[in-house]
Unconditional design. Structure first.
Length: 268
């Protein structure tokens, strides 16, 4: 149940160089949203992995199948600004995306934190270095989550509220990456997969805590993705793909429409 370290290392090095790193909702009738909707954040909001990328957002890999686009199509906000971008961290959102906000903004959504906590490097280390080095990398990442990421989120959330004082702000988390004891014949052992899932839980906890301090709503997607992680029979996340490495560890189109979209619909 373990890929050779050589093969894992090749995939992971490519990943580190190129990759960014609820139960089903009850059906609701589309409704008109007062004010505009602005979608901020990283690759999980831009739709990396979902395909059908928009010509106007090629550099950021913005997808027409991303959950912000699907939500806007279903709920008809007064305006829609799709600012999320592949590779964005909290500082990038702060300096490059907040110009879309105004006093007329009624809804803001955001995913951010994975890059800031060094998660791409963690994935590479876990594949290359074995269990001991994986644990050390995760420990360093968790320290970043508690330290620099927490401070950067506070600055970002304060700026969002200042620029969009009347908006409802929904901060969405990240799903577990791996289904344990799953169907994968190759790859990391379950012990390291569980360690990575635990790190995602810690990241979500930090994001949720800082969001609550600022009066924002946190939408947890781990329950929605349960049974659809990598190594499940019907995954909603891409595994490592050497031919399309940027999409590795990102939600598929069903992950956006069946995982993230219902979570946002419930929270908004």
């Amino acid at each position: 149940m373990r890929q050779s370290r050589i093969a894992a290392g090749a995939c992971s090095l490519l990943l580190a160089a190129a990759c960014a790193f609820a139960a089903p909702a009850t059906a609701q009738a589309p409704r008109t949203v007062a004010g505009g909707y602005v979608a901020l954040g990283d690759s999980y909001s831009s739709g990396v992995g979902a395909g059908d990328y928009l010509a106007s957002g090629k550099e950021c890999k913005r997808s027409s199948r991303a959950f912000p686009v699907l939500w806007a199509e279903a709920h008809a906000p007064a305006s829609f600004s799709f600012a999320a971008c592949n590779g964005a961290g909290a500082k990038d959102v702060l300096t490059e995306q907040l110009g879309h906000l105004s006093t007329r903004t009624g809804l803001v959504t955001l995913t951010v934190g994975g890059h800031d906590s060094g998660f791409v490097g963690v994935l590479a280390t876990c594949a290359l270095g074995g269990a001991e080095r994986c644990l050390s990398a995760v420990s360093r990442s968790r320290a970043m989550m508690d330290g620099s990421l927490s401070a950067d989120l506070d600055r970002l959330y304060t700026a969002i509220r200042s620029r969009a004082p009347a908006a409802r702000v929904v901060v969405l988390g990240y799903p577990h990456l791996y289904h344990l004891s799953g169907s994968c014949a190759l790859g990391l052992p379950d012990g390291e997969r569980a360690t990575l899932n635990d790190a995602v839980d810690h990241l979500n906890a930090v994001i949720a805590q800082r969001a609550a301090v600022h009066g924002f709503t946190f939408a947890d997607v781990t329950a929605a993705f349960a049974g659809h992680e990598i190594c499940s029979s019907h995954p909603w996340l891409h595994s490592v793909d050497v031919f399309s490495i940027t999409e590795s560890y990102h939600p598929t189109a069903p992950g956006q429409s069946l995982g993230y979209l219902p979570a946002l619909t419930q929270a908004s």
